[in-house]
Design a protein around this ligand. Structure first.
Ligand code: UT7
Length: 340
């Protein structure tokens, strides 16, 4: 039986730290509101919003270099790239091909995944299937985002813009038949597209043009179309319902219980959501990893950044049972349960 084992992991964020106080100079907000409602104290934004070098693919490249080093592999050993992001460098092509070029990989396949906050969980599920089917041996799975260039930093956007941060996380998922290596034990993925408008960015989408209007005609585009919009309360309520469902599904399909779990890493959307779920499952603090306080919500990058930090800090050890779960725009949600 072929196992899908994590051989390497790494993360990277832009140097520039933006505190809640920094944001309060741009809009009517304050540290107390942001901390109380979300748990976030700071996030990383690239220095210049219009920087054309520190792009999503670049952040992914830096994280991938670390993951390759840990796996003791080179870019030539990678058979396939799966790149999850909602903030790609180009409208098309996806960022996967840019990463292939930056790393100097062979002309391997590069698949972009567009599942927002659940993007990394979806990407890992696909990578697991490719490995289990023996199609590929070493897959680079990335979640990366540059949110800072596309947020509304005026009062109108404060409900959304204080939440998001830039960053990237990368995992090398490799085929193994070694007894001592870990494995992905179960995955699940879900969607409910009727709620697409509850958390989305509309522009440039084919639904939002009309016959006498080209895609790029700035004067006819409204702020509500170019910036992300979120019905926060609505999303929150669905998140706290779907998280427990997908977690239970992942554990049950692997024949495990919540007591078997060594570490739970929720998508870092809001500390209150993570705490709600932790309480529901009665999980002790040492079995839950959160770092939203430092990075904000980095959507597809949040789980691999958290996983990378948890491993780096020794919070996850070899053979530990780890559950990754996410919920977000789409709506989409899902989980990956693995033995490290
Ligand atoms: O990652 C993808 C999935 N995303 C999520 O899971 C996010 C889920 N939702 C949330 O995390 C929360 O709904 C938010 C953190 C986004 C918002 O928290 P909330 O407790 O739901 O606040 P609210 O939107 O109900 O706003 C409460 C008040 C409003 O004022 P009024 O109408 O009560 O006077 C807002 O205008 O807070 C105001 N407000 C702010 N005040 C200061 C909204 N944003 C801010 C802000 N600073 N940044």
């Amino acid at each position: 039986m072929i196992k899908s084992t994590i051989k390497g992991i790494g993360h990277y964020v832009p140097e520039n730290v933006v505190t809640n106080d920094d944001l309060s100079k741009l809009m009517t907000t304050n540290d107390e509101w942001i901390t109380e409602r979300t748990g976030i104290k700071e996030r990383h934004h690239r220095k210049n919003r219009n920087d054309s070098e520190e792009t999503t693919a670049f952040l992914a490249f830096k994280a991938s270099e670390k993951a390759l080093k840990m796996a003791n592999l080179t870019a030539k050993d990678i058979d396939y790239i799966i790149f999850a992001t909602l903030s790609p460098d180009y409208y098309f092509p996806g960022s996967g091909v840019l990463l292939q070029e930056m790393l100097g990989c062979d002309t391997i396949g590069a698949l972009d995944v567009r599942n927002q906050c659940s993007g990394f969980v979806y990407a890992m599920s696909v990578a697991n299937a490719f490995i289990k089917s023996k199609m590929y041996k070493n897959i680079l799975v990335v979640g990366a985002e540059v949110h800072s260039f596309g947020l509304d930093f005026s009062d109108a956007g404060r409900g959304v813009s204080v939440i998001f941060g830039d960053g990237a996380g990368a995992v090398i998922l490799s085929a193994s038949d070694k007894e001592e290596d870990g494995d992905i034990l179960s995955v699940n993925m879900h969607s409910e597209g009727k709620y697409a408008d509850e958390l989305c960015t509309k522009f440039p989408g084919s639904k939002f043009g009309w016959s006498d209007r080209m895609r790029l005609e700035p004067e006819s585009v409204t702020d509500a179309e170019i910036y992300p919009v979120m019905n926060g309360n609505f999303v929150f309520k669905h998140a706290v319902t779907r998280f427990p469902e997908t977690m239970n599904e992942a554990l049950e399909s692997a024949g495990k219980t919540i007591d078997d779990l060594d570490m739970f890493i929720p998508h870092q959307a809001n500390l209150r959501i993570a705490q709600f779920v932790q309480k529901k499952f009665n999980l002790p603090d040492e079995k839950v990893f959160n770092n939203i306080q430092k990075f904000g919500n980095t959507t597809a990058a949040s789980i691999p950044i958290a996983l990378s930090e948890a491993i780096e800090q020794g919070r996850i050890k070899k053979n530990d049972l780890v559950l990754l779960s996410a919920f977000g725009s789409g709506f989409t949600w899902g989980s990956v349960l693995f033995q490290y």
